[in-house]
Design a binder for this molecule. Structure first.
Ligand code: SF4
Ligand code: SF4
Length: 168
């Protein structure tokens, strides 16, 4: 594990907890059987491509439990912050600040999802959001329309931040 991964990733986890990705596809060469034995639950995303859903079963809340044996896509992914820190274009404290801000926003989204009935933390964030938006507005709960509006804004802000800081 290189130094920037050690410093940033153990304080982040956004690429494993479903904030950034709803699922991860395996690549040719990944040993699906071995990954399942290590704890990943695979589903068939396309005819030829198995994938696993996030939040990842191998994420321990801080780091990857199967780091040395993680799927290829996980090993290849470097977020924008890691790239910038490695290229010495950003300091570690500045990157940690951006991680903390993104995590606060993701937690706010989770809180709103729970308040709108989406309580299953094993389901990817975007799927929970889609389920809320598909559901009819609960007229018996006078705050539900307002919370749905707050959720839309919070998700929009989070996506913007993730796109800007992590996916470039
Ligand atoms: S999003 Fe970046 S900093 Fe966060 S865990 Fe993933 S690679 Fe590490
Ligand atoms: S296998 Fe490891 S690196 Fe890949 S998503 Fe799961 S916890 Fe993250």
């Amino acid at each position: 594990m290189n130094e920037s991964v050690n410093q940033l990733c153990r304080n982040c986890g956004l690429c494993c907890d479903s904030a950034l990705f709803a699922d991860v596809e395996l690549r040719a060469g990944d040993d699906a059987g071995r990954l399942q034995r290590l704890g990943l639950t695979l589903f068939q995303k396309t005819k030829t491509r198995p994938a696993f859903s996030q939040p990842c079963a191998c994420f321990d809340g801080k780091l990857c439990r199967i780091y040395a044996e993680r799927p290829q896509r996980c090993g290849l992914f470097e977020c924008g912050l890691l790239k910038k820190v490695d290229a010495q274009e950003m300091s570690v404290p500045a990157a940690l600040e951006k991680i903390a801000a993104a995590k606060t926003q993701a937690d706010a989204v989770r809180g709103l999802l729970r308040s709108l009935g989406q309580q299953d933390e094993r389901v990817p964030l975007t799927h929970r959001y889609a389920a809320v938006m598909r559901a009819p507005i609960d007229l018996a709960d006078e705050n539900s329309a307002e919370r749905r509006g707050e959720l839309m804004l919070a998700v929009g802000d989070l996506m913007q931040r993730l796109e800007r800081d992590f996916l470039r």
